[in-house]
Ligand binder design. Sequence first.
Ligand code: AKG
Ligand code: FE2
Length: 363
Amino acid sequence: MNSIGQDLDVSENFPDLPPFPNHVTTAPLLRISLKKLLDQNPAELSKLYDASVDIGFFYLDLRDAEQGQHLLDDADALFQVGERLFDLSLEEKQGYDFSSQKSYFGYKSQGVSPVDLDGNLDRAEFYNISKDDIMGITDPLPAPDVLLQSRGTARSFIENSHAMVRLVLQVLNHKLGLPEGTLSSLHRLQSKSADQMRFIKAPPQPVNDRRVALGEHTDFGSVTVLFNRLGGLQVLPPGSDAEWVYVKPLAGHAIMSLGDAMVKLTNGLLRSNIHRVTAPPGIQGGHTRYSLVYFARPEDEVLLQRLQGSDLIPPLQIGQVEETISSKDWVIRRAFGLRVDLVKGIDFEKSAGTEQLSRRVKV
Ligand SMILES: O=C(O)CCC(=O)C(=O)O
Ligand SMILES: [Fe+2]
């Protein structure tokens, strides 16, 4: 693994935060230009496909196209909203924890999910907001004032993130040789889905007890659009002897990744990489880490099974039986499976996603 920290471009650092250290190993993720994708640049389209097959993660440089710049502006504004949101008292935030009503939208406090088999608990707060709520497809959930006042920015963030997702899906659709519009037709902005945006806060950890804050997982859905500013995100490359490597945050870029749904729709051809969040490296570890995410998922009723119509998607093997599960039920199973506050006796296997396939290790 080489370190992309070596190509120093100060404009890719984040002002007011200590820089990402040079001495840690980073994932050599491809950088893909939004403008070149929009221009249908053949080399760029191929880079996106290769990254989706090999590692399932890539950077999207948003600086060179107007819609990308709008998304960066939305993300900047929402980072400030996120700080104010998590500054509310725990008691107030817990008033927006709807998990007892079987909703994964709203607040999730720290310490409700194991991050390892020893039972150490997570060290990250979440606030999840439904795309359907912000788009007016479902009734709005109660929310704190700081969020009610930011619904316009949230909507812009969702629309712009969703446009990036649709672009990625269009490129993959074309590369896979699927009938025109297949993937887009499963991800319509105005249709009911489990799409959500998420604010995350992970406070600095004690110097002598720095560890994983968010346990290893694959994302549940199709395409994830992630903004973070401090290191801490790590991916596990394929192979049985692979070691965790950091993903260096780059200003002006989104970190894009594929989730379980893309693996299932392509019978394992595309990859959803295992990742986790640790304490930020070096002096960054003394700072509070915030992230902002958009998770796109197939529409609620879509069955997560191999798609027909592409010669590249491997056929089912003799004896391979696909589970019949809708996108909606998959997300519910994955989201609630690892909650010590909701489930008696966590069953890691039952709530697993495509982690085993992601490892690319034959068993
Ligand atoms: O905070 C990050 O960098 C990643 C968060 C993440 O993986 C998730 O929320 O699924
Ligand atoms: Fe994730």
